[in-house]
Design a protein around this ligand. Sequence first.
Ligand SMILES: Cc1cc2nc3c(=O)[nH]c(=O)nc-3n(C[C@H](O)[C@H](O)[C@H](O)COP(=O)(O)OP(=O)(O)OC[C@H]3O[C@@H](n4cnc5c(N)ncnc54)[C@H](O)[C@@H]3O)c2cc1C
Length: 473
Amino acid sequence: ITVFYHLCVCVVLSAFRSICGEDGISLGEAVREQHGKDESVHRCCPPDVVVFPHCVEEVSALAKVCHNHHLPIIPFGTGTGLEGGVGALKGGVCFSLRNMDQVLDLHQEDFDVTVEPGVTRKALNAYLRETGLWFPVDPGADASLCGMAATSASGTNAVRYGTMRENVLNLEVVLADGTIIHTAGKGRRPRKTSAGYNLTNLFVGSEGTLGIITKSTLRLYGIPEAMVSAVCSFPSVQAAVDSTVQVLQAGVPIARIEFLDEVMIDACNRFSSLSYPVTPTLFLEFHGSERSVEEQVNLTEDITQSNGGSDFQWARDAETRNSLWKARHDAWYAALALRPGCKAYSTDVCVPLSRLPQIIVETKEDLMENRLTGPIAGHVGDGNFHCLMVVDPSDPEEQHRVHLFTERLARRALAMDGTCTGEHGVGLGKRALLCEEVGHTAINVMQGLKDALDPKNLMNPGKVLKEITNTVF
Ligand SMILES: Cc1cc2nc3c(=O)[nH]c(=O)nc-3n(C[C@H](O)[C@H](O)[C@H](O)COP(=O)(O)OP(=O)(O)OC[C@H]3O[C@@H](n4cnc5c(N)ncnc54)[C@H](O)[C@@H]3O)c2cc1C
């Protein structure tokens, strides 16, 4: 067996080298470890080898080799995922897509662009700077856009511009056997379509379990004429969330509306040298023409005041706006800084808006009762919020309490007709919750789709769906 094993390894490695060159593969321990872990608390599971293809043809040829030798394939974007999605649970081959980093086919007049999988959201917006266009989906990290498609990511702008689901028009995907498909047809980029099954949205959120996304065609937006950001403090969580609901009900086309509880705002104040009152707070942003933005700001200020909001401060200048949103995007690191040496885990439930005040209030009580540090930051306009759990990795008892808390929170969200994950994905930790959320019949349909596209269970095995077959080399 050993001789056979070594022979196979030599054959596979030499096939990989002939496809993407000596520089295009790495067996180094440090490189493998770097690719066996994301930003989550899940432990590192290094792949056996990392490949760095340069084009879709190379991705396809590498996948064919893996397919012939029953090797797991784990796509890797920028490794900023929060659910353990890139760990090689069964070993196998990590496909790092960072060398495919070209922005292709920008159609300014049609508001769309196609990108390769190594392009990050910040790199795309830097590329677009002179065009008057931008791509609004903004997870806190500078993630790859195809990784964002793979996790169905969103961020602070989703309330106005939607998530990756609404903003991907077409995907080029390499299937486990190396077949290349275009989910909406090659080169197609209509704004809407009724043509057949929605394969694009099947791959959005598939977390590398159905195929490797090698191109995404994305919707773009015009940079608004005017942008104003605002901050407002509230006497209670209920008052902040009630204001959010009323702003949306009033039809204000709010671009961003983010909730921070008093623990989170305190952490942000310390981390980002700010001095906001330490009470439940909303960060807001308004986009539009000068006149429309003024109307939006006035109406929102009236609504917040009627709910007891105070210190409504707004800013037009880019510097103040950028520092506000940088502080919001740094919330993860601000939470970590509360307890140096600790690790962070983010919950990600999402509920219908009307249930938001109740779930946040109950969750804060749960945190207090169980002596846990979990500042809350939320994309409240979407009913999605995160408890940024800061945990001592050397304290198993605390880790256990956090685990029980996160399960209770997810079940609370399910009981309120919500989901256990609004934007981070299922990965490793939420596979059982996914079953509870969608039920066994829907899980069976998902498994049927997985079996049809990846009958050998090679694509990122063990993620999203619990594994049935074992396909290790
Ligand atoms: C500080 C911080 C803040 C964050 N804030 C947010 C937030 O506000 N909203 C949000 O949605 N997320 C957030 N995230 C999570 C993370 O940025 C997103 O999940 C992002 O979409 C991951 O992209 P990535 O390129 O880093 O993917 P990776 O971490 O590399 O991979 C994630 C998953 O996608 C798969 N994958 C990656 N690339 C491909 C591909 N080309 N084809 C097929 N599968 C692929 C991987 O196999 C894995 O299962 C945050 C993370 C951090 C660290």
